[in-house]
Design a protein around this ligand. Sequence first.
Ligand code: NDP
Length: 398
Amino acid sequence: MAARVLIIGAGAVGAVTTHKCAEFPEIFSDICLASRTLSKCDAIAKQLKRPIKTAQVDADDAKAVVKLIKEFKATMVLNLALPYQDLSIMDACLEAGVDYVDTACYEPLDDNRYSYKWQWPYHDKYASKGIMALLGCGFDPGITNVFVAYAKKHFFTSIETLDILDCNGGDHGLPFATNFNPEINLRELDAKGKYFKDGKWIEIDAMSQKQTFIFPEVGQKDMYLIYHEELETITKHFPEIKQARFWMTFSENYLMHLKVLKNTGMTGIKPIKHQGQDIVPIQFLKSVLPDPATLGPRTKGKTNIGCIITGITPTGKRETRYIYQICDHQETFKEVGSQAVAYTAGVPPVIGAALMAQGVWKKPGVFNTEQMDPDPFMEIMAKFGLPWKVLEFYELPH
Ligand code: NDP
């Protein structure tokens, strides 16, 4: 059945999602793009080859979202606003009785310890209404989780270790810019590093563990262990995993800027008084940093995001596979007018939504992507612009 999709959030990622949905009218028959600022929705709508509706909405207000869902007669909502809006949009979908998809787990505005503990409890309410919420269906989280489910289904009877590797080998030529929302990105990097080992979470100082890795089609990069939300869901859904880590590449220049911003208090998330007014330092910082949506024309190079997974094969051998996806910044800019980081985050919710709309991934309740059958997703990734590869590989040093 063709879906009437309401996309909320007209930022860097939402723009890609809207472009992609528009490319598949046989799946997404009608599209409405809504955001806090209507002019951003209208600017994206103008770039498309077919007409869509646009609307202004404050997604913190669940009643306003319900009203919009009903007016547009949406059958599903894709949440590409910020993680702070996850719960109000989930509440709205529940009240209106429509499916929900997002790409990042909820985090409270004044606390950057994000966790699925706020969204998982919606499971029974969604199940009893016969509707589905697909959580964290971006690239990481999202496709990385699907890669793990695929490895478990096709290569291993049990998984022992997992390393998720996120590399942006692109260069925008600016002294400092983040590739997606600066506030969300810097909150993530400001937190302590954390990984899972032998049933326990081990906390380390931020950026204190580094490995050098040669990324296919990108080259050699330093990558640092950080905590990332899919570690919480993957270790829950694959309880046999002994060690799970997440690595992201950063240049020395990026880390130097990060250190200075942190040391000067600019990444703070609590309000401070400035000339008699309350301001949140990181929100002010977001206003002065380049908007990630403007990086498209100037970014060259490729991203490579993937999973190195070691497990026991059905014949009892211990083997390792590396499943990864490469995206070229200039190619994605040519296709949808956005750089590859926004592209790799904005396309997966479209794939998830397409499978839900077609009934292939449709289950009442609240699910992470690794809980669904990975095959239909992996089969259509290339058609949606995200081809992937799998290699026999070696385990990363522990
Ligand atoms: P942007 O800041 O570029 O865009 C967010 C958009 O949401 C903005 O257009 C903003 O509107 C809108 N918005 C914010 N608050 C509200 C509100 N209360 N009501 C309505 N609209 C609102 O962020 P990105 O596009 O970079 O990121 C979008 C999401 O994608 C984030 O949740 C991020 O965590 C996630 N993400 C996921 C990834 C993955 O792989 N899983 C990777 C990268 C990002 P306005 O501009 O008018 O303020």
